[in-house]
Write a protein that binds this ligand. Structure first.
Ligand SMILES: [Zn+2]
Ligand SMILES: [Zn+2]
Ligand SMILES: [Zn+2]
Ligand SMILES: [Zn+2]
Ligand SMILES: [Zn+2]
Ligand SMILES: [Zn+2]
Ligand SMILES: [Zn+2]
Length: 417
């Protein structure tokens, strides 16, 4: 209920303001355009060279407000009843026990009034052993103290001053503020609609509802903007910082006053700026002068580079000659190279022939090896047969000689192959 009222109130108020705002914005834009044109005609300044007012104007014309910060945490309504009642009515609504002015008083069976807090204290606190009405001593309990309809009705009809009345005069030049109403109207309606009620903006500042739109549009540090040059979003508090670094911002060269987007600045200074100091174009052949780019043509006229050029011509002649010599040497080396390549080819052919011959010889060696082992086998066969025959003969001889030649080697052990 409260929030709804709040929203309704906000939308209706901003609706009203929007009409004013529109006309304001139009005038601002026209003003800015005029300024920019005049600035263009005069000498162009970079952003950092602008005065504070010029900067503000420039920033506003180069960014657009994309959304307002979500409106506002409602502040507690902590007004006191005796501050808004007429002096003469205060006593009527004052609790006779605690002397607080209050909108809620309950009565005992006999109609004695006291505020809710006081009855609670008498009934609930242990310190009070007697739970009785302090005026007529009738016993009281939470069930027997009752609301007093008459009290409520006369309070509702009571004329009160808007609790935000004083806010109306804060920083207010037109000297107008809120008026007085019946208490019921204040509670049911006006409290939530009062243009002088303070609300807390997202930036932390307390602002009158009446001024919240203006505040957010013109000063609030949390208002969101979008840069028209690079589309980046930022809050007002970062606005100037952004414009000091925005890559697409139009800035002027600090040396020659030409204008371009900030990201082109380095390129301009290195390659085009007439005020940049550069080396003479003949630096590679010995002119050591460093001059502003715009004076380069003049330098070519005033400084005589012909001696330098002559020495370069001499060097070039010299180089031409040695180049020719090198060409000849290169030709010789090329022909040697092809000669060696042919020789290598021949050697490779010979190598492969030799490899074939080697294979053939190897085959023959194997055959011979085979023959050799066959021959050996034959010889050993032959030798063992011969030994057997000799033994037979020896036995016959031993019988005759009585073992005279016992230690002599056998003929077989003397054969060496
Ligand atoms: Zn009281
Ligand atoms: Zn009583
Ligand atoms: Zn008011
Ligand atoms: Zn704010
Ligand atoms: Zn930008
Ligand atoms: Zn420049
Ligand atoms: Zn030079």
């Amino acid at each position: 209920m409260d929030t709804n009222n709040n929203n309704n109130n906000k939308s209706s108020s901003s609706g009203k303001n929007r009409r004013n705002k529109k006309s304001n914005t139009t005038t601002t834009t026209t003003a800015t355009t005029t300024t920019t044109t005049t600035t263009n005609n005069n000498n162009i300044k970079s952003f950092s060279q602008l005065s504070l007012d010029e900067k503000k104007e420039f920033l506003l014309s180069h960014s657009k407000n994309i959304f307002k910060p979500t409106f506002i945490n409602k502040k507690e309504d902590d007004y006191e009843l005796d501050k808004i009642l007429k002096e003469s009515s205060i006593e009527t609504f004052t609790c006779q026990i605690c002397m607080n002015c209050t909108d809620n008083q309950l009565q005992c069976k006999n109609g004695h009034l006291a505020c809710k807090q006081c009855w609670d204290e008498i009934i609930l606190q242990k310190a009070y052993t007697q739970k009785v009405c302090p005026f007529c001593k009738v016993p009281v309990s939470l069930d027997t103290v009752d609301r007093n309809l008459f009290y409520k009705t006369i309070l509702e009809k009571e004329e009160v001053q808007c609790p935000y009345y004083l806010n109306g005069y804060q920083n207010n030049t037109d000297n107008v503020s809120c008026g007085s109403f019946k208490y019921s109207f204040l509670i049911d309606k006006h409290k939530n609609e009062c243009q002088y009620r303070l609300v807390k903006c997202e930036c932390g500042q307390d602002v009158k509802i009446k001024e919240i739109d203006k505040h957010q549009e013109q000063v609030c540090l949390k208002t969101m903007f979008q840069c028209k040059h690079c589309s980046q979003k930022f809050i007002r508090q970062d606005q100037e910082k952004h414009f000091n670094t925005c890559p697409n911002m139009i800035v002027a060269c600090q040396y020659c006053d030409m204008v371009f987007q900030r990201h082109e600045k380095q390129h301009h200074i290195i390659n085009y700026c007439p005020e940049t100091n550069v080396y003479c174009s003949f630096s590679s052949i010995g002119c050591k002068e460093v001059i502003k780019r715009k004076l380069l043509n003049n330098h070519f006229v005033t400084k005589d580079h012909s001696t330098l050029l002559k020495s370069v011509v001499v060097q070039m002649d010299h180089l031409k000659k040695s180049n020719q010599q090198l060409l000849v040497q290169n030709h010789d080396l090329q022909s040697n190279l092809s000669k060696y390549a042919n020789e290598i080819q021949l050697l490779q052919k010979e190598k492969s022939q030799l490899e074939i011959e080697y294979m053939n010889l190897f085959g023959q060696i194997e055959i011979l090896e085979y023959e050799k082992s066959k021959g050996r086998a034959y010889i050993s066969q032959f030798t063992s047969n011969t030994t057997a025959n000799n033994n037979n003969n020896n036995n016959n001889n031993n019988n005759n000689n009585n073992g005279k030649d016992k230690g002599a080697p056998s003929p077989d052990s003397c054969i060496i192959m």
